[in-house]
Write a protein that binds this ligand. Structure first.
Ligand code: SAM
Length: 478
């Protein structure tokens, strides 16, 4: 029987071997072949090796290079594998037997999961050959794998794209996003860009997440707008609560499905939408806004998102936000008799509304405040010092998000750079052979092997600057 410490030692040994092999792969792009050969030689050298070999996946077909996952999972013992990798391995073994049944089950699962039995078979999300500019998977065979074939064209519960939906178009050039636009899919119109146009009629009926070619041949990714995309691209009145900050506020407030939440001001309605999603159909949000135009803007933005959602899912987004045009400072009568699980404030002078709001916050609950300037934070703390309110300031934070550029290093001619190995005097002969092999590899059409090319990795030159300070106030009693 294998004890856990024995198993631990065995895993450690395997990882050491794996690391060693990986460094071989890193050093020589043709290292994979060498590894396989040496693996064969090693196999008789110890009982451990023999055991490992018997536990490895059956030899993969040599008609295509192994994917990094297959290569690594093939080196690990069975009990070190995650359920997903185990499943993948078993699927490969059964591939031959399953082939006959796959087409049938795929057609069936597409119908069931999309909820659109009328979906024509030709509308599956199989990437077209001429759309493979961005697809660098050297492991792709002409035949899709079993698992790929089992994936339906749409997300469970979603349909193919229909007019009225909110979509995002994105164009990537040399790994950088050059163009992004949110638009409403409408029959008879075109999506225009400097890279040509795509008729909306060509987009309708397609699955989301597909590259479509413009009139000038540029591949544009067409996908559904997430709620984050929507709030960033929707028409604004005042500045919105940025998604990164809104997400943090939801955590601070510990918003849960079924909660009743108070929010002010409604502004453009971004925070209202995030709250609406968080409280769900069993919860509700009361959103107050003093300005008529902002109140209208927030209501419209909310309505627009719900309409698009209904088309996308075929079911209603919960109608759980009550927008009111009112000044929170004088809204006592509106709040009378109501209790809230949490409060989100995003208005210019929050300390002026606390006396109205806090009596309606449940004891122990949180009021999260979004403030653009540090001077506003000071005003708020000064207000707390002077007002007889049962509030504890738990913390004041900023939410930094740092984007990074991580990409394979390319030469001017768009070829991958190569790792340069130090040439050691004593084994110079061997090194020469390796360098030749590396060059040969990179001049072919094949993708360089896993780990054989250098990367650049540095903070992105364009960063989102300061957005807000978030203050967490908790209602508590002495
Ligand atoms: C920065 S915006 C809020 C943005 C909103 N959180 C969003 O994500 O779209 C601030 C809003 O608070 C409103 N406001 C300011 N004082 C208010 C008050 N006393 N009562 C209600 N709304 C108020 C302003 O008119 C403005 O629309």
């Amino acid at each position: 029987m294998c004890t856990s410490s024995q198993r631990h030692l065995r895993h450690r040994d395997v990882l050491v071997r794996l690391t060693k092999r990986r460094s071989e792969i890193r050093t020589f792009s043709t290292g994979l072949v060498k590894c396989k050969e040496s693996e064969h030689e090693d196999s008789d050298s110890s009982g451990l090796s023999a055991e490992l070999t018997s536990r490895q996946a059956p030899p993969a077909r040599r008609s295509r290079p192994l994917s990094p996952l297959e290569r690594i999972s093939g080196l690990l013992p069975r009990d070190a594998l995650s359920p997903e990798v185990m499943q993948l391995r078993e699927q490969n073994q059964q591939e031959a037997e399953e082939d006959a049944n796959v087409q049938e089950s795929f057609a069936q699962s597409t119908q069931e999961q999309s909820g659109h039995p009328e979906t024509p078979a030709g509308t599956e999300a199989t990437p077209k050959e001429d759309e493979s500019d961005n697809d660098h998977s050297s492991d792709a065979t002409t035949e899709p794998s079993t698992s790929e074939r089992l994936i339906p064209a749409t997300l469970p519960g979603e349909s193919l794209l229909v007019p009225g939906e909110l979509l995002v178009a994105e164009l990537y050039k040399k790994g950088r996003m050059e163009y992004r636009k949110m638009f409403n899919l409408q029959t008879g119109t075109r999506l225009h860009s400097s890279w040509g146009f795509i008729p909306h009629d060509d987009i309708a009926g397609q699955p989301a997440g597909q590259f479509l070619k413009t009139s000038l041949g540029a591949p544009v990714l067409i996908r559904r707008a997430s709620l984050e995309d929507y709030v960033l691209y929707m028409k604004r009145g005042p500045a919105i609560a940025y998604p990164k900050d809104a997400a943090r506020m939801l955590m601070m407030m510990d918003v849960t499905e079924g909660d009743r939440v108070l929010e002010s001001g409604s502004g453009s309605g971004a925070m209202s939408l995030f709250l609406s999603r968080a409280v769900g159909s069993k919860g509700s949000v009361l959103s107050l806004e003093v300005r008529e135009d902002h109140h209208r803007r927030a209501t419209l933005n909310y309505k627009r998102w719900r309409t698009s959602w209904n088309l996308r899912r075929g079911e209603e987004w919960p109608d759980n936000v009550q927008f009111h045009k009112a000044d929170l400072c004088t809204a006592s009568s509106l709040l009378a008799g109501q209790g809230f699980h949490s409060v989100a404030l995003d208005l210019i002078n929050p300390h002026l509304v606390l006396t109205t709001v806090i009596p309606h916050l449940h004891p122990g609950a949180v009021c999260a405040v979004y403030l653009a300037n540090i001077t506003q934070v000071i005003d708020l703390l000064e207000g707390l010092r002077c007002l007889p309110l049962p509030l504890l300031c738990e913390h004041i934070i900023e939410v930094p998000v740092r984007h990074w550029l991580v990409a394979p290093a390319l030469q001017k001619n768009r070829q991958y750079c190569t790792r340069k190995d130090p040439v050691l005097e004593e084994d110079g002969g061997e090194e020469e052979t390796t360098a030749d092999e590396t060059d040969k590899d990179l001049t072919t059409d094949e993708q360089p092997a896993f780990g054989s090319i250098p990367y650049i990795a540095r903070p992105h030159p364009e960063q989102l600057g300061h957005t807000a300070f978030l203050v967490k106030l908790r209602k508590c009693f002495q």
